[in-house]
Design a protein around this ligand. Structure first.
Ligand SMILES: Cc1cc2nc3c(=O)[nH]c(=O)nc-3n(C[C@H](O)[C@H](O)[C@H](O)COP(=O)(O)OP(=O)(O)OC[C@H]3O[C@@H](n4cnc5c(N)ncnc54)[C@H](O)[C@@H]3O)c2cc1C
Length: 372
């Protein structure tokens, strides 16, 4: 059998698992209560390789495969889904931007800080009137006279992951009536105005914000809208990895619980209705994992993954929601309390059906490819 991972990737994933078991999982409740991660979380993750997993080695990254990236997202989600979401988005959308579109000057200025975890990042596409319909972005970019490559950005962005902590944000903005492109903005400038922290029902430790840009200075990273948005294919696999990790954790906890809890003089695990739920969850998790690995493997072979990314994201996210729902059901009343992690996983799973393209958009993508 061909090994799936290089020795370096195997060591990396072992390190991620240890980090999850020893540091992340024990604090996931505290981070949710505090509605935030520790201030040094990215700097802690940097030596593990989590800040620049897939960035090529010649740019200072680890150069790991997409398969290693989705596995890292999956492992992190078993400890804290919100952290997994952040790592998935920052690596696939923000750090990848340096690989694909940034100039040598931009890399020189920012990449060191990004890789070391001192320059936290975010990716800003969504706006109040541009969600699923991403082409409706209304943030406008106007060239600044006498400063080639620099633009004034005006508009509003919402639901931006890590936006309240980020020092550097990739902004998708309109350069003409028909064209959109991407810009780096530094948040430490008067034109960047944080408007509110958005509190969500799940993934609550993640710093999700709404902000406005008022003549904010943006540094153009020339790319077509389609190219910038194309980063979402690998990003969707990251969210699928997150979904599988959530489902696996909820399933593991539920199997343990079903073996311990007794009613009617037998274990829950001995009741056929419960067994049916366990069997369905086991099978759906396995199918999600296979779709995830197939999509990542195809990406690593240089093959297009438009459909496969949507298969994996759609199936894994809906599985994650079904599995966590069954997990709460099998835990009964206890499943609805804070004493059992399954209620948190159930809430966290919801994001995977919405972020980086809701389920309905994934179905549209698949149908479009099938009906071509
Ligand atoms: C916690 C969190 C973190 C996020 N992080 C980021 C981030 O870092 N950067 C970023 O840019 N965005 C981010 N988002 C935004 C996210 O990508 C959007 O919420 C998502 O794309 C859906 O857009 P919307 O919320 O505007 O919903 P809408 O587009 O208003 O859609 C609402 C619902 O309408 C239905 N629908 C919409 N269009 C169609 C259609 N064509 N066919 C059928 N049904 C349809 C779907 O059921 C959909 O769920 C984040 C969101 C959340 C909740």
């Amino acid at each position: 059998m061909v090994p799936l991972f290089s020795e370096e990737e195997t060591a990396f994933l072992d390190g991620v698992r240890r980090f999850v078991d020893e540091y992340v999982l024990p604090q996931t409740r505290a981070w949710e209560d505090a509605r935030g991660f520790p201030a040094d979380i990215w700097q802690r993750m940097a030596p593990l390789g989590l800040t620049a997993m897939t960035l090529p080695k010649n740019l200072g990254g680890r150069g790991y495969s997409c398969l290693a990236y989705v596995e890292a997202c999956r492992e992190l989600a078993k400890g804290d889904p919100a952290l997994s979401m952040n790592v998935a988005a920052v690596n696939a959308l923000c750090v990848a931007h340096f690989d694909r579109f940034a100039s040598a000057d931009q890399r020189e200025k920012y990449l060191g800080g990004v890789i070391s975890g001192t320059t936290e990042m975010a990716w800003g596409l969504t706006e109040p009137d541009a969600g699923s319909d991403a082409r409706r972005v209304q943030t406008v970019a106007t060239p600044i006279a006498g400063r080639p490559g620099f633009f004034h950005l005006n508009g509003e962005k919402m639901f931006i992951t890590n936006g309240g902590r980020a020092k550097l944000i990739v902004i998708i903005a309109r350069t003409s009536e028909k064209e959109l492109s991407a810009f780096f903005i530094e948040t430490d400038q008067p034109g960047f105005r944080l408007q509110e922290r958005i509190h969500t029902v799940g993934v609550s430790a993640s710093n999700t914000v709404r902000f406005t840009l008022m003549d904010a200075v943006g540094w153009h990273t020339p790319c077509r809208f389609e190219d910038a948005i194309g980063l979402l294919f690998r990003g969707r696999l990251g969210i699928a990895g997150m979904a599988v990790g959530i489902a696996e954790k909820a399933f593991e906890l539920t199997v343990e619980y079903a073996k311990e809890r007794e009613q009617f003089n037998r274990r829950l695990a001995d009741m056929q209705s419960v067994q049916n739920m366990i069997a369905d969850s086991a099978m759906e998790i396995e199918a999600s994992r296979l779709l995830l690995h197939k999509g990542a493997w195809m990406y690593d072979q240089g093959m297009p993954i438009v459909t496969e990314a949507s298969y994996a994201k759609l199936y894994a996210s809906e599985t994650s929601n079904r599995v966590t729902n069954r997990a709460v059901q099998i835990h009964g009343g206890r499943g609805m309390t804070r004493f059992y992690l399954v209620e948190k996983l159930w809430r966290d799973a919801k994001l995977t059906e919405i972020g980086e393209g809701c389920s309905e958009i994934q179905r549209l993508v698949i149908a479009k490819q099938v009906l071509r």
